[in-house]
Design a protein around this ligand. Sequence first.
Ligand SMILES: Cc1cc2nc3c(=O)[nH]c(=O)nc-3n(C[C@H](O)[C@H](O)[C@H](O)COP(=O)(O)OP(=O)(O)OC[C@H]3O[C@@H](n4cnc5c(N)ncnc54)[C@H](O)[C@@H]3O)c2cc1C
Ligand code: FES
Length: 421
Amino acid sequence: MTAGTLVLIILVAILTQVGIAALIVLRRRGRQYRELDGGSGESNAHSAAQTPMQPTAPTEAWTGFREFAVQRRVFEDESRSICSFYLVPCDGKPLPSFRPGQFLTFRLAVEDPAEGESSNVVRCYSLSDSPRPDHYRVSIKRVPTPPDHPDAPPGVSSGFFHDHVQVGDRLMIRPPSGHFHLTEDEPLSIVLIGGGIGITPMLSILNSVLERGIGREIWLYYGIRNGSEHIMKAHLRTLADRHDNFHLHVCYSAPGEDDVEGVDYDHRGRVDLPLLRNTLKLARYQFYVCGPKPMMESLVPGLEEWGVDGGDIYYESFGPATLIKREKPAPAATDAQSVNVTFSRSGKRLTWDPTAGSLLEFAEANGIDVDSGCRAGSCGSCQTALTAGEVEYSQQPDADIEPGHCLLCIAAPSCDLVLEA
Ligand SMILES: Cc1cc2nc3c(=O)[nH]c(=O)nc-3n(C[C@H](O)[C@H](O)[C@H](O)COP(=O)(O)OP(=O)(O)OC[C@H]3O[C@@H](n4cnc5c(N)ncnc54)[C@H](O)[C@@H]3O)c2cc1C
Ligand code: FES
């Protein structure tokens, strides 16, 4: 064998080895990527097409409702009670970004089977993923008839999504909005607390923080009954395995026979203050809380009693069921100390003062039936005709308000009022 042939053989051997090593690395990366997106099964749709939002020129939010098409549906839990909907704009124009934690408002034409006619239903759903350039995602839990009202109809909007909204269907959506979102003013460690479907805004915050690699420590406390309703289980576990700055605590209040502590979940019981005290270091955190009524009513005041500054606690209610009663400043800057509010349809004349909160809270506390959705001036559900007087808003309304109407959820009277409710 000549020296040239020997050199050639050595070169070929080296190139073959380099090629094999590259193939192994590529296969591993591919596997890790699939695992990050939920492994096998339904959740693995989390992301083949998911590209994080690139820093480009910001796209303006649209006004009113815009038409979107459903690109994909993915069940997210074992019991198939939570379904994600991937939404792309029908006009093909760019999507504005959003702040992780914000929600979309939907207007659905839902047919009443008894009447055979459709009526408009307005509901809000949190964006459940970090901003992406080409689509939004919401994850919707089917709301059944409450056990204490077996004759009541099941949830209208959630049932409509689960039973009728299919790939290719079109939906009318208002732009992302809401004041519950990740705050980036101070690079504090983050504690996310999600109960049940209250996990959705937390998923958006979590995915955004980890994808951007900004290195803030982040804890997620996720409370559910058992494994059958565990959302995106593989995705969450993989994130926890891959990111040293992410600490996952899953709590099952009523584990099933097959649920194994230390494998499927971390703690038996609810997310409560003792758990937070035992697992968090003594430090200042930003707390984000969203969950069912008992969780909100115990945790939010509990955190303050523990010494957490109220300004470091952010919380969101998914509607009237999760109202938190606690001291808070008057919602609008009004000079009125106490004014008369007449609800003309209910025939009630009542005295409002700043401790009564917004006109929506005031109406509900006095047994007056008013529709509501976001409770944040975004969806327009609580819009009510104002026959006399004026209101002031605690924040800029996001919803379009018809002339002669007001949004009760963010309004306080500035003089005597007559409302058509
Ligand atoms: C900001 C925000 C974000 C949200 N994000 C999410 C999210 O990410 N995912 C999600 O799944 N949800 C979310 N929600 C909740 C969502 O907007 C809806 O409230 C939820 O889907 C229920 O709506 P529905 O139309 O299905 O139920 P509804 O029709 O409003 O009914 C609600 C419940 O009342 C019961 N009911 C109906 N009629 C009666 C009666 N006469 N007597 C007694 N009970 C009755 C129903 O059986 C049902 O249990 C969010 C809400 C807000 C405000
Ligand atoms: S409840 Fe949505 S605007 Fe008032």
